[in-house]
Design a protein around this ligand. Structure first.
Ligand code: MG
Length: 168
């Protein structure tokens, strides 16, 4: 049985993962409107990833005798000035999420909840990947100054991204 404290923390994190889904869908929509369909695809795949993160936590909480209580999802930003701005925000957002995951891990350690530790290990590693993904694209955008032929090449590259569901 999971503690009330961890149950609350995981519920809050489920909300943040669903917010991430919403935030990235908003970014996808911006790219759709600007005609950069590869960038749009990148964020649509990211949307699926965020949903899978929320569902992974949902299943864990239920398996451990906790309950999922859904709350209101904050409205995301809808206007962006450039692809560069979008990736600056996405990278900053993933760093924020890493901090939240670390907070849950701290709590799991305090409470000696080994099952939660093992479960959230996966998320700790996942966040390393998430930050690296956003940072890499941000750096490439900086290299091409967010425009021209370089931007279109990057758009072609991001059109290739496909969603691979995480194991379990
Ligand atoms: Mg996530």
């Amino acid at each position: 049985m999971i503690s009330k404290k961890l149950e609350e923390a995981i519920n809050l994190q489920i909300n943040r993962e669903l917010f991430s889904e919403y935030y990235y869908l908003s970014m996808a929509s911006y790219f759709s409107a600007t005609g950069l369909s590869g960038f749009e695809n990148f964020f649509i795949v990211q949307v699926a990833e965020e949903r899978s993160h929320a569902m992974k936590m949902y299943r864990f909480l239920n398996e451990r005798g906790g309950r999922v209580f859904l709350k209101e999802i904050e409205a995301p930003k809808t206007e962006f000035s450039s692809p560069l701005e979008v990736f600056e925000l996405a990278y900053a957002h993933e760093k924020l999420v890493s901090g939240m995951i670390n907070g849950i891990m701290d709590l799991a350690i305090q409470e000696n909840d080994h099952a939660a530790r093992r479960h959230f290990d996966w998320f700790v590693e996942e966040q390393v990947e998430e930050e690296a993904t956003m940072e890499t694209i941000l750096n490439k955008l900086k290299l091409v100054k967010g425009e021209g032929h370089g931007l279109l090449m990057l758009d072609n590259e991001l059109a290739q991204r496909v969603f691979t569901p995480p194991a379990k």
